[in-house]
Design a protein around this ligand. Structure first.
Ligand code: SF4
Ligand code: SF4
Ligand code: SF4
Length: 326
């Protein structure tokens, strides 16, 4: 990543009168963490980084912060928001455009071609946890961990995030400014997690998910981090009618997780954020990728690629034979 180009572009963008701020990543203050940063002027661009630790999908802020209802009488700031995106994140921007969750003139996309990010839990498992802030860089085909002046070369496969092994779109599918050259795409690994589940019979799959959903503590981190879970009136919060009870038990946990999976069918862009933040380590990516595979194979549709596409779950064709309706 050409940090000089990133910071120069960022400085030009935030200097514009019609730009509110740029949302990017900065170094963290703890271990392997990096942090989101809102840069409002040229002085702030020196903080911006792009590294294999920049896992979070910042697109969530476009809806989380920008679309929050304002107190009565307060005027919305209509200036544009600039946003750094990897390939997977850029698909969330496109999907939000498709759903009219955001409008093209509201956002400036700073595209960052992405060679793959690390799974921080694998880093901790293999290289130990640390409070001291460390750096991880791309290094040829792998990564380089820089800790206390020591440089440790790490083979790519040892700590690469699962979503990156399966990635088909490492380059941003939409951008106003592309930082550096596009990366060469790699052949995505076979999605063994989903195939293994597919190979089980119905009872075997049910048993698997029963065990997983029993672990859910209904913290809703998966919903809150998702760039495409942005309904202001989420059915989970409704009390009248109560679609899903707040009790934490297998039945309600299953209702919640299945409802969420169906709400994301044909919309989830497989950024992996929900699984990354789940404190119960539920393999939510398997559900998302299974749904995405079904939608791709049965309907030939893949979300987050074409801003002009019809929203998959909201489009209607008058000549649809609907022969599945009895
Ligand atoms: S899924 Fe693709 S674009 Fe996203 S972080 Fe991994 S390699 Fe980068
Ligand atoms: S993040 Fe995990 S534990 Fe929390 S609600 Fe979602 S699935 Fe359940
Ligand atoms: S459901 Fe998970 S993987 Fe899909 S877009 Fe939302 S956070 Fe990303």
């Amino acid at each position: 990543m050409d940090l000089e180009q990133l910071r120069k572009t960022a400085a030009e963008v935030v200097a514009r009168d019609d730009v509110k701020y740029l949302i990017g990543w900065k170094k963290g203050s703890y271990g392997y963490r990096v942090a989101p940063v809102f840069v409002e002027d040229a002085a702030g661009v020196a903080e911006l980084i792009f590294s294999p630790l920049c896992t979070a999908n910042l697109t969530t802020y476009l809806t989380l912060v920008e679309k929050t209802p304002l107190p009565r009488g307060q005027e919305a700031d209509k200036r544009k928001v600039a946003l750094m995106v990897k390939g997977c994140d850029s698909r969330a921007v496109v999907q939000l455009l498709v759903e009219k969750g955001i409008h093209r003139e509201e956002v400036i996309v700073i595209g960052c071609p992405c060679p793959g990010v690390v799974d921080q839990s694998l880093l901790v498992e293999k290289y130990g946890d640390t409070e001291e802030p460390v750096e991880v860089k791309w290094n040829g085909d792998g990564f380089m961990l820089v800790r206390g002046g020591e440089e440790i070369k790490i083979p790519r496969d040892e700590v690469l995030a699962e979503k990156c092994r399966l990635c088909r779109y490492p380059n941003p599918v939409i951008s106003d400014h592309l930082i550096g050259a596009e990366v060469e795409k790699w052949s995505p690994a076979e999605d063994s997690g989903v195939s293994e589940l597919d190979a089980k019979d119905v009872d075997g799959r049910w048993e698997y998910w029963e065990e997983q959903f029993n672990k859910c503590i209904r913290c809703y981190s998966c919903r809150n981090v998702c760039p495409l879970c942005y309904c202001q009136d989420c059915i989970l919060d409704r009390l009248n009618p109560t679609w899903i009870n707040r009790a934490v038990n297998f039945s309600e946990n299953t209702a919640f997780n299945i409802s969420r999976a169906f709400h994301l069918a044909g919309r989830c862009i497989e950024c992996g954020e929900c699984e990354r933040v789940c404190p119960a380590n539920i393999p939510l990516g398997k559900i998302n990728r299974k749904m995405a595979r079904e939608v791709r194979e049965k309907y030939g549709f893949e979300p987050g690629l074409d801003p002009e596409a019809e929203p998959f779950q909201a489009s209607f064709k008058p000549d649809d034979p609907e022969d599945f309706i009895l």
